[in-house]
Design a binder for this molecule. Sequence first.
Ligand code: SF4
Ligand code: SF4
Ligand code: SF4
Length: 413
Amino acid sequence: MDVKVFQFNGCKKCFNESLLLKEGVKYKVEFVSDPKSWKGENVDVSVITGYLLPNDLENIERIKNNSKKIIAYGDCTATGGVFALANQKGHDVTPLSSLIEGSKNVHGCLGEIEELKLTIDGTGVPKLKSLCQVCSRKATCDYLESINRQIELEDSETCFNDLGFLCSGFTATECKEKCIDYNTPCRGCKPSIDRSGIRMLAMFGTLAGNIEIATEHSVKGATDKLGDEDDDLTNSLPDVVGNFFRFTLPTSGFPKGRIPSSGSLLEDVFIGRLIEEIPLITGLLGGAKSISLTLKFIESYEKANQIEVSEQTKKYRNELLQLETDLLKAIESEDAPKYRELTDKIRFIAGNMNLSNVFYGGFKSIIDPNDDFNEYKAHVFDVVEGTYKNGSIEYTLDQTGIITKIKISEELL
Ligand code: SF4
Ligand code: SF4
Ligand code: SF4
């Protein structure tokens, strides 16, 4: 079967992962990294990766008209994904299904190659369990006494939400990358229901029923809006869009955002996000360079704020950087077995290809059962206002830990 994989905009991680289609002899795969220059020829299956903008329509239509089947592989293409957070600031990152009819979706950030194969074959992905069904933590759904942006990761049995630590597992399906196994809450890259963000927000809001929230009355005397004044709930959830709608903003049903753009789509993804969420954003969208990009952010913050880093942490980080260099070579030479071997090694240290295990000060879960985890265990860190710089990136945090300014180029992905 002829399969062509087309990369559009932004992160290339799903595009690179599709190298695994070359394992075995089932598919004749070709990779097109510049769809504009593709002349068009008959294809059995076209796989689209990367985020899309309305002006990609012409190229998408040419691909569709030449293909028996067209698949959106990964959240960027299927739902807008993490880049669509820029729609909050007026951009128009658009899911494939809003540009053309009849496409199939493979959700996930990273999209799962096993599901892509089943979709190419036409077998379809079997019904998936909910993420909570496969999670080792158990929920009580009791009211919360507080909401916590960071927690000490000592308890491995209690649902993150019961600890006041937002997890979107209630509205996600089981997944391969499984952030929750690395003490990282789910942000919902594989939604189990439509408009998952708003439903998760409603669920979490219900759990927060005991927490003080400011309301204001209108001139007519009724209490008709949440207050502009700070309260415990508003303070605890300073980035509702980033945390609840990280992967699904264009399909959330919300109108387009009205916050002014910085002028750069990538920078607009980062502005408004929280410092503790950054490793999980750079780990997602950093393409083949997600490791070095994530460590650039983390290490600039650690250095400026004297966060201690152990020798063991440095050793594991250096191993990851070496693996990234080797992975780039494997991608360049389209060496699928090597790609699998190296990504397995990255997963061993970083937890998954989203780098869920990588954090400020160390790692969130034990890497090797022979290790003394106390030597590299990450702890809750202080949020410190300031400007942080590391080579090609520079970002400014306000006192809440929100990114207010950033300089970063798409060439880093
Ligand atoms: S951001 Fe996520 S969905 Fe988009 S290409 Fe990268 S890994 Fe895939
Ligand atoms: S909400 Fe998250 S932590 Fe809680 S049970 Fe579900 S997946 Fe696990
Ligand atoms: S645990 Fe992580 S990989 Fe799995 S659905 Fe949630 S965000 Fe996606």
